[in-house]
Design a binder for this molecule. Sequence first.
Ligand code: KG4
Ligand code: ZN
Length: 364
Amino acid sequence: MTTSLTILGIESSCDDTAAAVVRGAPGAAQVLSSVVAGQTDLHAPFGGVVPEIAARAHAEKLDLCVIQALDQAGLALADVDAIAVTSGPGLIGGVLSGVMCAKGLSAGSGKPLIGVNHLAGHALTPRLTDGMAYPYLMLLVSGGHCQFLLVRGHGDFTRLGGTIDDAPGEAFDKVARLLALPQPGGPSVETEAQNGDPERFLFPRPLLDRPGCDLSFSGLKTAVLRTRDQIIAEHGGIPRQDRSDICAGFQAAVGDVLAEKTRRALAVLRDETDGPLTLAVAGGVAANQSLRQALLAVCNENDARFTAPPLALCTDNGAMIAYAGLEKFAAGERDDTSLIARPRWPLDQTSPSLIGSGKKGAKA
Ligand code: KG4
Ligand code: ZN
C-alpha cells in the first residue's frame, strides 16, 4: 500500500504568491487548500510585471499565504511531511523570496525541503487533477510559457518544441493593447472575436512552413499592428466591426498554428507509446474556447483524449508545486539548505535553450 503524504507547496516565481496543501500518493492526490494572492493591480500601471515590485510583494505575502493554506486545510506545520517550493525558473527576486521562506520553515520545523521546477508543476498537474498515466503530451500556453512537453515521469520530460519569441498570452495582451481593449487581453480579444469574421484578415501562420513543433507569435503581432495602422489611416479610427474582424482573424491564426503543431507533437507521442494518446493543456490561454475547440478537433482526428485542468489549477498556484513535490518526495528526492534559486532551469536539459523569454521573465 502506498503511504499517503501531506505536502505544503509554495509558489512565487512570477506575479502570484501562492501556498497550498496537497495530500495523497502519486497519481492519487487531492488538494486540501489552495491560496493565491495575485499582484495584477500592483503591476497594471507599468504595462507588465516589474520584477522588484513582484519580489517585494511576495516577501510581504508569503507567510500570510502559508498560514491561510494550513488553516484552510485544518492543519499545523507539524502535520505536513515536507515543504515543496518553486526554486526556478522565474523572476529571480520572487523565486528567492519563496526559497528563503521555505528554508526558514524547514529549518524551524525540521520538515524536509524539496525544490520544484515551476514548469514541472504545470506539467504534472494532470496527474493531480485526473490521475493521468505516463506518458502524455502537455501543451503549456500562458503569458509566460509556450511549449510542448512529452511527460514520461515526474523527472522525465522531453521538450518537443516551444516559442522562439513571445508566449501566446503576450500576443493576446499586445493585440488587445493595439485595439484599446482592456487587459488581460486574452478574454477581451476572445469576446470581441465572437462578432468577427475570422476570414476577412488573413494573418500569417508563423513557422508552419518549417518542420518540428517550434512556434512564433511576434510576427503575427506585427501583422495585426500593420492592419490596424492601415485601417486608422483610411478611417481615422478603428470601426467596431473592423476591430472584431481583426480579433477573430488573429485568434484563428493562433488556433491554426497551435492545432498543426499539436498534430505533429501527437505524432511523436504515437511513436512513443502503444497506449492511449492524451493531450493536456495548461496556462491562462487554455481558457480560450475557440483554441480549445481547435485542439479538441485535432485530438478527435487522432483518437487522442483531450484534457484541461480547472482554470484555477491551469494558472500559477501552490497546489501544482505541492503535488510535484509529492512525486519527488515519494521517489526519495530531498533538498537541504544548500537549495538555490534558479532564474533559468529547462525541464529538458538535452534540448537547446529557447530564445524567447516572455514578458514575465526567462523561463527555460
Ligand atoms: O497562466 P496565466 O494566468 O499567467 C502566466 O502567464 O503565468 O496566463 C495569463 C495569460 C494572459 O496573457 C492572458 O491574456 C491569457 O493568459 N488569457 C487568455 C484568455 N484568458 C487568459 N488568452 C486567450 N484567451 C483567453 N480566454
Ligand atoms: Zn506558470
